[in-house]
Design a binder for this molecule. Structure first.
Ligand code: TXA
Ligand code: MG
Length: 326
């Protein structure tokens, strides 16, 4: 049984951090709240613990993990920073931005964590509980999203335990996560900044900070082309139909904004991501809304959602969720 601690209760919070650190030192897995989604954390330097993450998530071994650290100084011990990377870290850390950088040869990170690559993805989370855990553990933690590989990400503690059950020793329950979509991932190819994954920090903010446009990678790193991996990710059990103009009988509806598509009155269930049409509110509710609608319906119809700001990340998640399953 996972031990769950309510991080909103001060007494439970300090016991939770102590229990989580003890579990991490034993090589066990901890559900760590962050500002984006819940992470499934393990000691980045412990190869057995890192192996435990791949097993618990049924994650393909070629998909590397993000290393979470307390500070830019801690990140600099693991990776080398270019001028642009330095500027982004200074501007946005702690925050929902992951940087893919050359890995320092001596970095105390298990090989499996970076899938044997000579690059490493690092981020400093902007969440008081994640920060407290990193400070108390005083070492880097790898943490993929705390869900089974390919499925909807977890933005609540109950979603973590539904998905991963007893494979998690300790769950730090801090309530729903604030941003609701994963960090934006920026990498550099021959010095060119690339947006590897749209996320909880909008493209325009990143571009403004470095005064350059972000390129798009030739192939989507979140959707490797190896057999069976396809583009499918963030997938509910139901199929998704995107950018719908109307709802078919029996479908569930994921709505956005004040305009409700025709046929909504016949929908099996309706959740509006943001009646006000606010993209930040919509991102925060995206994964829990999909979980809520994914109860026995065959199809979830999704209203059009603008692509600017966090809309780019929302549409990216929906596109993957709608992709054919292997
Ligand atoms: O917001 C987040 O980033 C959350 C929270 C828990 O921090 N974590 C997260 O981890 O989304 P995960 O494992 O679900 O997604 C990590 C992504 C994957 O698409 C992986 O391929 C990419 O980061 N990645 C990791 N290391 C990489 C590397 N060296 N080069 C390119 N992509 C990398
Ligand atoms: Mg994930």
């Amino acid at each position: 049984m996972s031990r769950v601690y309510d991080m909103r209760d001060p007494a439970a919070r300090s016991r939770g951090i102590a229990a989580a650190v003890a579990a991490l030192r034993r090589g066990e897995l901890v559900a760590m709240p962050t500002e984006t989604v819940y992470g499934l954390a393990a000691d980045a330097g412990n190869a057995m613990a890192v192996e435990g993450i791949f097993l618990a998530k049924a994650r393909p071994r070629f998909n590397p993990l993000i290393v979470h650290v307390e500070s830019r100084a801690a990140a600099a011990a693991i990776a080398t920073f270019s001028v642009d990377a330095e500027r982004l870290a200074e501007r946005f850390w702690p925050g929902p931005l992951t940087l893919v950088l050359p890995r320092r040869p001596g970095a105390a990170i298990a090989k499996a964590a970076t899938a044997g690559l000579d690059s490493v993805a690092v981020r400093v989370p902007d969440d008081e509980n994640a920060q407290a855990l990193l400070a108390a553990f005083s070492g880097p933690l790898v943490a993929p999203s705390a869900n089974r590989s390919g499925r909807l990400s977890a933005t609540t503690a109950s979603a973590v335990s539904e998905d991963l059950g007893d494979t998690v020793a300790v769950i730090l329950d801090a309530g729903p996560t604030a941003i609701g979509v994963e960090s934006a991932i920026v990498g550099f190819a021959g010095g060119e900044p690339l947006l590897l994954r749209a996320g909880g920090l909008a493209r325009a903010a990143i571009e403004a900070a470095i005064g350059r446009e972000l390129g798009t990678p030739a192939s989507d790193p979140a959707a490797p082309t190896a057999p069976g991996m396809l583009a499918s990710h963030y997938a509910p059990a139901a199929a998704l139909r995107l950018d719908v103009a109307s709802v078919e009988p029996g479908e569930a509806l994921l709505a956005f904004g004040p305009a409700i598509p025709p046929g909504a009155e016949r929908a099996a269930a309706v959740v509006n991501l943001s009646e006000a049409g606010d993209l930040e509110e919509a991102a925060a509710r995206l994964f829990s809304a999909l979980r809520e609608l994914d109860r026995g319906v065959k199809v979830i119809a999704v209203a059009p959602i603008p692509r600017e700001g966090l809309g780019e990340a929302i549409n990216d998640r929906l596109r993957h969720a709608a992709a054919p399953r292997s």
